[in-house]
Design a binder for this molecule. Structure first.
Ligand SMILES: [Zn+2]
Length: 53
């Protein structure tokens, strides 16, 4: 579970726009560019190199 406050301050490093949390798949999703960032042990990995499209 990720804190809502954390989700509010997180942004896609590519687009600088807000992201969405896919709790079922433990991914952070940027709807703008479609990148998916992994969440490991409740900590979002917002590195572009870690993302998948
Ligand atoms: Zn993006």
């Amino acid at each position: 579970m990720i804190d809502n406050k954390l989700l509010e301050i997180l942004a896609c490093p590519v687009c600088k726009t807000s992201i969405e949390y896919d709790e079922a798949n433990q991914k952070i999703i940027c709807k703008n560019c479609g990148r998916k960032y992994p969440v490991r042990d409740g900590i979002p990995d917002m590195l572009v190199e870690s993302s998948e499209r």
